[in-house]
Design a protein around this ligand. Structure first.
Ligand SMILES: Cc1cc2nc3c(=O)[nH]c(=O)nc-3n(C[C@H](O)[C@H](O)[C@H](O)COP(=O)(O)OP(=O)(O)OC[C@H]3O[C@@H](n4cnc5c(N)ncnc54)[C@H](O)[C@@H]3O)c2cc1C
Length: 389
């Protein structure tokens, strides 16, 4: 492949748009396609942590993102006894922004950088010749069409049938979560802090309920639970919203007078302990399509964005310089995995040793409460100290 190579990116979420941005920046001909009409919504808690923001800075969208979102300055958590602990940071810590807003900001940055974009372009199959992906079949403007490319990047989210078809989809039942969210107005007791609550024994070893403020009395409220724990509970995921409101004092304070706006919507989240195989001949997987969500908090926005950035930057440079060999793809995967696997292992450790049972999380809460409030700045730092102690 040469500088004239064409890259097709399937899916314009944070992973696909970031990859398209960095490829276009390197001068590569990149076509970004999505099956939806944009801006499109995505079921999510809408939380973006501060470590995403250096990528926004690089893309030139930090100010636009800051104006569009609700800035939060730390976290609050509670255990099964509903003891609340705050971790207030000195810095901007997280942002809550509806995904139809923030994803479109990122997508538009890719287009400004030179990526071509087509919406309502529904990829239905891969075109594979002699074991190599050479394009896609898609439903577009009422008919099936074929689109060829030198490289296909699959960034089409957690149900990627195409990634499964290539046999590289890394779904681990131990780290498969279910998540659901609802928007509520007239929510009481909100501060400028993201809230993570661990009230029910059946949420463990890694589930929680969140309340993410998105305005004065509006919040994105949701639940994460491993698919296995949900199955064992015998409940529907929606039941957790009524349980939070009716069975906990804290939930009753937040949701007792609140109104649900729209519907509660759920989706599945494939996460991982470690980066799995991300490529096959002629094709690379990023974001949820590569199961890149971390296994402790279910953070997938940053991992999608950073996998798109890493792969887009690397391939952008390589495609300009010469042919893209399998050795180079392997090297790209290893360089990406080197950084991400540290993140997964720290987060996986917190899940295994900090929240695996109600008792450990209660001990963590004791530990956190023993630290003076002004020194409690970061939930994950305190959790890390707790595990080491
Ligand atoms: C309930 C819930 C709450 C969550 N909360 C958070 C949170 O607060 N913070 C966080 O960091 N993460 C959260 N996540 C995870 C996060 O939403 C995902 O990890 C993230 O969106 C992954 O980005 P992506 O670009 O890989 O995929 P997506 O954002 O899913 O984008 C994939 C894109 O591909 C398109 N597409 C799909 N199929 C095709 C096709 N066949 N042809 C063309 N286009 C296609 C879709 O339309 C979509 O635009 C949550 C997930 C869930 C389910």
């Amino acid at each position: 492949m040469t500088a004239n190579s064409k890259v097709l990116v399937v899916g314009a979420g944070p992973a696909g748009s970031a990859a398209a941005f960095y490829l276009a920046q390197a001068g590569i001909d990149v076509l970004l396609v999505d099956k939806e009409q944009w801006p499109r919504d995505k079921v999510c808690g809408d939380g973006q942590m501060f470590h995403s923001w250096y990528i926004y800075e690089e893309m030139g969208i930090m100010e636009e993102a800051r104006e569009a979102g609700t800035m939060l300055y730390g976290m609050k958590s509670s255990d099964v006894d509903e003891r609340l602990v705050s971790f207030r940071s000195d810095k901007e810590y997280a942002m809550g922004t509806r995904r139809y807003v923030i994803d479109d900001i990122i997508r538009r940055a890719a287009v400004r950088e030179g990526a071509r974009f087509i919406e309502n372009f529904d990829v239905r199959d891969l075109i594979i010749r002699h074991g190599k992906v050479i394009g896609v079949k898609a439903f577009y403007k009422g008919q099936m069409i074929e689109e060829y490319a030198d490289l296909v990047i699959l960034a089409n989210g957690s149900h990627s049938m195409e990634a499964r078809k290539l046999g590289v989809f890394n779904e681990d039942p131990e780290t498969l979560w279910m998540g659901a969210r609802g928007y509520y107005e007239n929510v009481r007791g909100l501060e400028d802090l993201i809230e993570f609550h661990y009230p029910f024994p059946d949420l463990y070893p890694a589930g929680y309920m969140w309340v993410f403020p998105e305005g004065d009395d509006i919040a994105n409220v949701g639940v994460f639970i491993t698919a296995e724990a949900l199955r064992k509970s015998g409940m529907k995921i929606e039941d957790y919203f009524t349980r939070l409101r009716d069975e906990t004092k804290l939930g009753n304070e937040r949701l007792g007078d609140a109104r649900l706006i729209g519907d509660i919507k759920g989706w599945r989240l494939p996460s991982c302990w470690k980066t799995g195989q991300m490529y096959s001949k002629g094709c690379v997987m990023i974001g949820d399509a590569a199961s890149s969500i971390e296994p402790f908090m279910g953070e997938g926005f940053f991992t999608a964005l950073s996998s798109g950035r890493a792969i887009g930057k690397f391939l952008g440079k390589q495609l300009k310089e010469g042919p893209l060999t399998e050795e180079l793809m392997e090297y790209a995967q290893q360089s990406y995995a080197k950084d991400m696997d540290k993140f997964y292992s720290v987060m996986g450790g917190m899940r295994n040793y900090g929240v695996n049972t109600p008792e450990t999380f209660t001990r963590f809460t004791d530990y956190a409460l023993s630290i003076p409030e002004e020194e409690r700045k970061s939930f994950t730092d305190v959790m890390y100290q707790f595990i080491k102690s």
